[in-house]
Write a protein that binds this ligand. Structure first.
Ligand SMILES: N[C@@H](CCC(=O)N[C@@H](CS)C(=O)NCC(=O)O)C(=O)O
Length: 311
């Protein structure tokens, strides 16, 4: 059986989400550290251009986006579930909202000048400049627009008051009683804010949220051991991609299997990946591509938030 390989870096909130997903399932995994800024030649050799963090690799199968990574981990180990029976839609939809709306608030709050000064205080002015330029590139060409810090500060108390009330009144220990993907998607923006004393009070002021956050973090990260990016490429090169899912689905825009297409995220980090469309299902799209170093790989994307274009 192929190992689970997570390509990530320590300070990434979405990587923290993925690490907690692995911890919740009690899985063992290999950890490949990637750069927080472009270029990422060993990662894009596997993905074909997708640059966001994190990426999950299982042999020669590459999974982009934590919403799909969660579904793949659920296949790996069904219980405890991210999508508890009867709550599949509410959990997934809440998670998508937290991953976009709540996360974008957290980004704007963390990137306020007072916060940047502390968070990036250890970096040289040149390194900060390079990071800011990289993130400007990340956000160019997509549908996501940066929320101003002022608007984020203005709206944050409403989001947190609603959350505090939900958690105070909920019978169980988690957002919707038992844990679900919703908890992990909401926890990583809080984790991002809690990283420095400047933004931490934005979470700490809410006791029910703080107690819930501690419970989610308590799932930990599972057991991991380091792997180099060269080793991960070699794993992909010698592996054969997994069999395609067995699902009947009519592709609504008429794309045909075998066709050469581009797939890209629509919000930000919209770098297109070129390949042969192998599978298009309700939740997932799969491209086949060949890389000089990684060999034949299948790159998996969620349907939601990604687009397909004819090559
Ligand atoms: N929808 C994506 C979002 C991932 C994301 O925004 N990751 C950030 C880091 S937290 C990123 O890619 N930043 C740029 C980079 O790492 O190159 C997911 O769920 O995986």
């Amino acid at each position: 059986m192929s190992e689970l390989i997570l390509h990530h870096y320590p300070t990434s909130p979405f990587a923290e989400k993925a690490r907690l997903l692995l911890g919740f399932k009690g899985l063992s995994w290999r950890s490949v550290k990637i750069s927080p800024v472009m270029p990422k030649p060993d990662l894009t050799a596997l993905t074909g251009g997708y640059r966001k963090t994190p990426v999950l690799q299982i042999g020669a199968d590459i999974y982009c986006d934590t919403s799909l990574i969660a579904r793949r981990l659920e296949q790996e180990k069904a219980l405890p579930a991210f999508f508890p029976e009867g709550q599949e839609m509410i959990a997934a939809t809440f998670a998508a909202w937290a991953d976009s709306v709540v996360f974008q608030h957290a980004v704007s709050l963390v990137f306020q000048p007072e916060s940047i000064a502390v968070r990036f205080g250890h970096l040289s002015p040149e390194a900060i400049k390079a990071f800011v330029a990289d993130r400007a590139g990340l956000f160019s060409g997509g549908s996501a627009t940066r929320l101003s810090a002022e608007q984020a500060r203005h709206q944050w108390p409403t989001l947190m008051a609603r959350l505090e009330q939900q958690l105070e009144r909920e019978q169980g220990d988690f957002l919707f009683g038992e844990p679900s993907i919703a908890d992990f998607a909401l926890a990583h923006p809080m984790w991002f804010l809690k990283a420095t004393p400047v933004t931490s009070p934005l979470v700490d002021a809410y006791p029910a949220v703080s107690a819930w956050f501690a419970r989610v973090m308590g799932f930990g990260h599972g057991a991991s051991s380091e792997m180099t990016s060269e080793e991960a490429l070699e794993v992909a090169r010698i592996a054969t991609p997994a069999a395609l899912p067995d699902e009947q689905f009519d592709e609504p825009n008429g794309f045909e299997l075998g066709q050469q297409v581009f797939i890209a995220a629509t919000d930000y980090g919209v770098d297109p990946v070129v390949g042969e469309l192998l599978f298009a299902g309700r939740e997932e799209l799969i491209l086949r591509r060949e890389d000089e170093r990684g060999g034949v790989v299948h790159v998996h994307f969620p349907r939601l938030g990604f687009c397909i274009e004819k090559r």
